[in-house]
Design a protein around this ligand. Structure first.
Ligand SMILES: Nc1ncnc2c1ncn2[C@@H]1O[C@H](COP(=O)(O)OP(=O)(O)OP(=O)(O)O)[C@@H](O)[C@H]1O
Length: 262
């Protein structure tokens, strides 16, 4: 008889991944899994390869070796057409928010819906309003990106990333360039979206306060040995750092504040 007990499958699994540019190695032996509905941080010092790993996960850079699974589908072994299909389950918010400057906010968010769905213009308009409502930017629907502040741009970029109801959201430095209050509001929004929609989130961020607040799990990559040296939530790595590099990174903010006071 079959057992009723099911083990929770991770949504994303990275197995022995090696990433780099041409022959240049950036990181090797990367292994981790991301649970559905969790917020997973890619951490490490400048230049260790966080953005490179993100690029490989969103389909912009084939790995040198290893596998990346979405559910049980091997992303990079899939045919190009199938890979594009899987990528429609991913939403991406880049550092710059990457909105088209010649289009209004509403047109920016409508674009993926026009390109990748057969929905009617009326339905697309409703969805655009809904997504903007989710990020508290309904009032910006007819504005151009140049009319928005940095925080507003990020929110609208997030609405566009949500357009196709992604199962996974990838964020590259979402709080970069934002003041601490706007950054805190963005963290609250990210947490609300995860709690409300159950979206799984993979995030690259240098902002320790933000990482401590929102991330449940993560990986710490080392630039010197070119391999991950720690796994766990940012808070756990801060409270029980397994080595000096992780300790220095996790307590950097405190050193920076002390330096500023000098
Ligand atoms: N297109 C490229 N071709 C060759 N090398 C690259 C390319 N893009 C980045 N690199 C190199 O790869 C390494 C990792 O860069 P990456 O941007 O992934 O690091 P990061 O951890 O995200 O850094 P940061 O925190 O400073 O943004 C760096 O040494 C960088 O110079």
């Amino acid at each position: 008889m079959m057992s009723n007990i099911t083990t929770e499958q991770p949504l994303l699994s990275v197995k022995n991944l090696q990433i780099g540019y041409g022959p240049k190695l950036i990181q090797k032996n990367i292994n981790f899994t991301v649970k559905k509905g969790s917020i997973f941080a890619l951490m490490g010092g400048s230049g260790c390869g966080k953005s490179t790993l993100l690029k490989s996960m969103i389909g912009l850079l084939p790995p040198q070796k290893g596998n990346f699974f979405f559910k049980n589908e091997d992303y990079w072994q899939a045919s190009k057409n199938h890979r594009i299909k899987i990528a429609h389950k991913f939403g991406v918010l880049f550092q710059s928010a990457a909105l088209w400057s010649s289009m209004t906010v509403g047109e920016n968010i409508a674009l993926p819906l026009q390109l990748f769905t057969d929905l009617s213009p009326t339905m697309i308009q409703r969805l655009v309003e809904l997504k903007l409502g989710l990020v508290g930017m309904d009032h910006a629907i007819n504005l151009y990106p140049s009319e928005l502040s940095g925080g507003m741009k990020k929110r609208c970029g997030l609405a566009r990333a949500l357009a196709l109801d992604p199962e996974v959201l990838f964020f590259d430095e979402p709080s970069a360039g934002l003041d601490p209050i706007t950054s805190k509001r963005l963290d609250d929004l990210i947490l609300n979206l995860r709690n409300g929609l159950g979206t799984t989130i993979v995030i690259v961020s240098h902002e320790l306060p933000s990482l401590f607040t929102i991330a449940d799990d993560g990986i710490f990559m080392d630039a010197q040995t070119k391999t991950p040296i720690a796994y766990g939530s940012p808070k756990a790595l801060r409270d029980n750092p397994p080595c000096e590099q992780v300790n220095d990174f996790m307590h950097r903010q405190r050193f920076d504040q002390l330096k500023q006071k000098d």
